[in-house]
Design a protein around this ligand. Sequence first.
Ligand code: UD1
Ligand code: UDP
Length: 376
Amino acid sequence: MRENPLVLHVLGARPNFVKAAPVVRALGELGVRQGIIHTGQHYDALMSDVFFADLGLPEPVANLGVGSGSHAKQTAALLVGLEEVVEEQAPDLVVVYGDVNSTLAAILVCAKLGVPTAHVEAGLRSFDRGMPEEVNRVVTDALADLLFATSPEALAFLANEGVPASKVHLVGNPMIDSLFSALPSLDPAPVVARLGLPERYAVATLHRPANVDTPEAARELVDAVLEVSRQVPVVVPIHPRGKARLAEAGLVDDGTIRVIDPLGYVDFLSLVRGAALVVTDSGGVQEETTMLGVPCLTVRPNTERPITITHGTNRLVTPALLPAAAEKALADGAATPAGELPVLWDGKAGPRIATVIASWLKGDNLAPASQSKRPE
Ligand code: UD1
Ligand code: UDP
């Protein structure tokens, strides 16, 4: 490895920023030279800039401005933009996060250029290839050189796909590190007052293509959310993807449903912290509600994060079952996690990842991390 090696983080979408912040901070503390490449997959100030500010992320060294498009068009633009910047920057390691198109494109580009890669949040599987994210997960894990897993079930899934255990490190969940860091600032009162909400309210966040991309799915979902709003006021910080379709299906701000712009990280989690109930199809929000002990109903047929059900406050529901499930969750009151909180979700995943990366950069022959044994 050359002297003073360079690590680049490729980030593109809202959840990437949340996962990367603790890793960037921890690598910085170890004195590793690093930079952020922002692909521009998310570009609205409320989907991007606000996260850099709230999470204390440094300015990107480049923003590719890729923007939106079909999967093919967006991925193609990502590939072209990333190839150029990776060649120009000549990193020693590229770190990718989660399962978005920017993640997939970065891993493909680096594999073809022979640049080593690390994947943070490896081994999550919904086993639903109808989800674009699942395709991205499988390809990313097949190509990554270092794989950082957030929860133990990932180890068996990766082993089944032929990923050598020596590449895999169970490190915990950096999204939870960000939550821990933000915790002292998470006060529901100001945001509740600003939005004019009563003390008891629910938060809904919905953006999965299967829920919002067709008028039929959007209508079924909106009908269910409207029924929940007859039990408790619902505030919906709306992801731009579903905005038009959900509005056409009847999701309009009417006093009991509050449809608002996406919230910044601290405001959003403050609101979640004070909520009686969260309705979501987000990946990250399933994890955050588990840690905050807020009941979470996930409107999806499956989850790549089953640990939030076995060790958390999450439950899967269909739109048809959502109103009854909401009624029960509201009646039961504050949720207690189903089991012990997930192992290593302790706010120290970033430092663990940074330690492995720093040793790898030094050329240490890494033994698999102690927790990364394959299950029998
Ligand atoms: C992407 C990820 C998804 C992740 C989500 C997090 C993929 C395939 N999907 O979905 O896994 O859960 O990010 O939020 O990578 N748009 C804006 N402004 C923006 C960004 C997007 O208006 O700043 C609108 C555009 O109309 C765009 C649509 O949202 O076409 C979808 O954006 P895109 O990045 O393609 O996918 P997401 O649905 O955001
Ligand atoms: N989030 C936010 N504001 C919002 C909605 C979500 O800050 O209005 C945060 C949320 O707390 C989590 C991350 O965005 O940290 C999750 O992103 P998203 O749901 O877009 O993606 P997913 O996790 O589904 O991939």
